[in-house]
Structures are given as structure tokens and as C-alpha cells.
Write a protein that binds this ligand. Structure first.
Ligand code: GDP
Ligand code: MG
Length: 170
């Protein structure tokens, strides 16, 4: 079987949008209603088979709190990919996500693969961010976009696979 090709991936976004929950769903298949908040950053790995290749994600799950914001460049520096997360029930978290995308495009790796995740898609009755607005923003900025739910697992594997497909394989 193929030797895994490793890629560093960072999660960014406001506190409580579900960054840790997405990682936990992807890596362990688990979800907690009372997910402990992240201190600093957490590191986890997961592999994804992709055709003849195996992609190994080295995932840095950062804390969104303002007091950790200045540490973010340490985590996105050298990252091949980033998932910028917002909560579809919180419009401010979408505005914050757009700032993260801008910062990554200015200061991240030149060929960084960025995916925008509109998380908590299971809470559509409390939706404050239109799918069409986020989708148009992503298209204009050349980034991937999916609405996800760490709770139901909707599009969680899919967003990592979509990123894996865009990563350089040679
Ligand atoms: P983080 O601060 O961005 O890492 O967010 P957490 O992963 O700690 O999640 C914050 C809160 O949102 C927790 O209570 C989670 O259970 C909840 N949460 C995370 N993802 C989802 C989701 O997809 N749907 C719902 N309904 N709740 C979620
Ligand atoms: Mg967290």
C-alpha cells in the first residue's frame, strides 16, 4: 500500500463555531453537545485514501479567542491547507471568517488550499447566513465551500476529501 503523503492543515474561525467538533467528528467519529473549549491549539492526525495515494492530514485545531489571535500565524505558517469555519446561525462569525480568508491569502503559503465551512447546518431554523451569499463569496475568492454539521456528520468527510483532491500529489 502507498506511503502516506503528509500535509499540514489548520482550522481557523471564531470561538464556538465548531472547529474542534469538526476535527473530532472527522478523526474519531464523535460529537459532544458540551465540547470543551480549546486552550491554545490541539494537534490530531487522520489519513484519507485518495485513488492510489493516501493523504495524511496533520491537523492544528486553534483556539478562536482573541487572546490567542496573535498565535495564529504560528499555526498557518507552512500550512498546505486551511479550513475557515463559521456558524450559519451567527452572521458575525461569517464576517470574521472572511477576515481569516483575507489574512491567509495575504500571509499564508502561496498555494494554500482554503475551504470555507458553514458549520451547524443542522440548525437551519436559526440560520442567519444565506447559503447563496457564502457560496458566491467563496466562488469570487477561489476557495472551496461546503455547509457542514459536526453533529450529524453532514459534509465533514467531504470537506477533507475536497481539500485532499486539490493538494499537490507529486
Ligand atoms: P470551537 O470553539 O470552534 O472549537 O467550537 P466547539 O467545537 O468547541 O463547539 C462549540 C459548541 O457548538 C459546542 O457546544 C458544540 O457541541 C456545538 N457544535 C459544534 N458543531 C456543531 C454542529 O454542527 N451542530 C450543532 N448543533 N452544534 C455544534
Ligand atoms: Mg475548539
Amino acid at each position: 500500500s502507498a506511503k502516506p503523503v503528509s500535509f499540514k492543515l489548520v482550522l481557523l474561525g471564531e470561538s464556538a463555531v465548531g472547529k474542534s467538533s469538526l476535527v473530532l467528528r472527522f478523526v474519531r467519529g464523535q460529537f459532544f453537545e458540551y465540547q470543551e473549549s480549546t486552550i491554545g491549539a490541539a494537534f490530531l492526525t487522520q489519513t484519507v485514501p485518495l485513488g492510489d495515494a493516501v493523504i495524511k492530514f496533520e491537523i492544528w485545531d486553534t483556539a478562536g479567542q482573541e487572546r490567542y489571535k496573535s498565535l495564529a500565524p504560528m499555526y498557518y505558517r507552512g500550512a498546505a491547507a486551511a479550513i475557515v469555519v463559521y456558524d450559519i446561525t451567527n452572521y458575525d462569525s461569517f464576517l470574521r471568517a472572511k477576515q481569516w480568508v483575507k489574512e491567509l491569502q495575504r500571509q499564508g503559503n502561496t498555494n494554500i488550499v482554503i475551504a470555507l465551512a458553514g458549520n451547524k447546518s443542522d440548525l437551519s431554523d436559526k440560520r442567519k447566513v444565506d447559503f447563496s451569499e457564502a457560496s458566491a463569496y467563496a466562488e469570487d475568492n477561489g476557495i472551496l465551500f461546503l455547509e457542514t454539521s459536526a453533529k450529524t456528520a453532514q459534509n465533514v468527510n467531504e470537506i477533507f476529501v475536497a481539500i485532499a483532491r486539490k493538494l499537490p500529489k507529486d
